[in-house]
Design a protein around this ligand. Structure first.
Ligand code: OAD
Length: 263
């Protein structure tokens, strides 16, 4: 049950001391102030694009050209966007905490990396990686756009087969990478012997397993914080909820721990 809720007035301060470990989960809301559309807000992406057509294995099998047009447009947009003060506050906290910090993001836009975060797990994949839908070659960096049709795998072609390349995105009905989950799990295992803070930012709390991470963190003894523009679906599981835009709230929330977090 939420113990404190702040909807207006002064943002509370998050206490961070030398024994504090911080696990952060971010969602589309963190990038909204950078100009990237969220999914489920009014005007969100899923209003214009049926999720099952552009974000599922069945949708890709039915119309790979449509799927590539969708991700090409998202690549083009993301290339024009820059990190905002919320991203920068998270990078500053990582600078302070080092290995006592881990950021799990559902975002695929790469803005956390651009802001300077290095300990990032992109649990839903990356807009700027491509992989083959037919062979096991590892995902490779790719920022090209394919508006005119789905690209083919050249490694399969060299072996006389035809396979389509696909975005390295976790679609609905697909599993998260077990190595990503392991990395988060082992961070929690180490952190449970210390003061652990779990902070979820800009996420609607409806997509699992990310939405269940707050319960795993609580089981590891975490103090849990939610920063979101509105009450998320799973808001009741957090100890503290601060309602507001992350670009304003995060620098204030971390203010005391960091001094000035702008850089
Ligand atoms: P959603 O679009 O579902 O939710 C975004 C949340 O951010 C909403 O609760 C908004 O109220 C909040 N929000 C909007 N602007 C904000 C701001 N400036 N500051 C803070 N909060 C803000 O996005 P996600 O929860 O990230 O998956 O969606 C989870 C997954 O569902 C995505 O990774 C994507 C999607 O389908 C895949 O594509 C695999």
């Amino acid at each position: 049950m939420t113990e404190t809720m702040t909807t207006q007035g002064e943002t509370p301060r998050l206490r961070i001391d030398d024994d504090t470990w911080v696990l952060v989960l971010t969602g589309a809301g963190v990038s909204a102030e950078s100009g990237i559309r969220t999914f489920r807000d009014a005007g969100g992406l899923w209003e214009d694009y049926p999720v099952e057509q552009v974000a599922s294995p069945g949708g890709f099998a039915a119309d790979p050209a449509l799927v590539w047009r969708f991700y090409s447009a998202r690549r083009a947009k993301a290339k024009t966007c820059a990190p905002n003060p919320g991203h920068r506050a998270l990078a500053a906290i990582e600078d302070r905490l080092g290995d006592r910090f881990l950021l799990a993001t559902q975002n695929v836009d790469g803005l956390h990396g651009q802001a300077g975060n290095r300990r990032v797990v992109e649990i839903h994949g990356s807009l700027f990686l491509t992989r083959c839908s037919g062979c096991t070659r590892p995902p490779f960096p790719d920022d090209r756009e394919y508006p005119d049709g789905p690209p083919k795998c050249d490694e399969c072609a060299a072996r006389g087969r035809t396979s389509l390349l696909r975005p390295h995105i976790v679609w609905f009905g697909e599993m998260l990478d077990p190595e990503d989950l392991l990395r988060i799990g082992s961070f929690l295992d180490q952190a449970r012997r210390h003061r652990l803070v779990f902070l979820a930012v800009g996420t609607s709390g409806v997509v699992y397993p990310a939405a269940g991470m707050v319960l795993e963190a609580r089981a590891a003894g975490a103090e849990t914080w939610l920063v979101n523009a509105e009450p998320a679906d799973n808001a009741r599981h957090f100890h503290h909820f601060v309602e507001g835009p992350s670009g304003r709230v995060l620098p204030a929330l971390f203010g005391e721990a960091l001094g000035a977090v702008t850089r």
